[in-house]
Write a protein that binds this ligand. Structure first.
Ligand SMILES: [Zn+2]
Length: 158
């Protein structure tokens, strides 16, 4: 087990997973983000009959932080997910954010110039893994690349 486990953050992710709207996959996910000032923002996955419009729990948490003007201030994110059931909190499954969410978390990390801790926990909290935004999305594409592209384009116009 890693040290300094943010138990309250993980518990918040577990709690919000109760509100997952997952009538198609029956897979509930909860995410909770904490910012530099200790504020907490949560999200649950929200599926859609069109399937492709499904929104991940992490996006909900990031969007909530963004709406509060805190997208650059996220320090840690906790993610839990497991089949939706009354026994959700007894499940031992551990998940990590999908590729899209890794990219979105990285944007927040770049904004705040920090390597965001991503705590992945099983709903029963027997398995907990610590990852970082930099390691979950190595060789990433970010605003840094756009800045280079922009500079190259600008140089070509001179
Ligand atoms: Zn996702």
């Amino acid at each position: 087990m890693p040290e300094n486990i943010p138990l309250e953050l993980i518990k918040a992710a577990i709690e919000v997973a109760r509100h997952a709207y997952a009538p198609y996959s029956h897979f509930a996910v909860g995410a909770a983000a904490v910012t530099t000032d200790g504020s907490l923002y949560t999200g649950a996955n929200m599926e859609n009959a069109s399937y492709g419009l499904t929104v991940c729990a992490e996006i909900g948490a990031l969007q909530a932080a963004c709406s509060a003007g805190k997208l650059a201030d996220i320090v840690k994110i906790a993610v839990v997910g497991s089949p939706q059931s009354e026994n959700f909190t007894t499940q031992s499954q551990l998940i990590t954010p999908c590729g899209r969410c890794r990219q979105l978390i990285l944007e927040s990390a770049k904004l705040g110039q920090r390597d965001i801790e991503i705590w992945c926990a099983s709903p029963n909290m027997t398995s907990i893994a610590l990852h970082h935004s930099s390691t979950l999305l190595p060789h990433s594409f970010s605003a840094d690349d756009l800045a280079i592209a922009d500079k190259t384009w600008l140089d070509s116009q001179r």
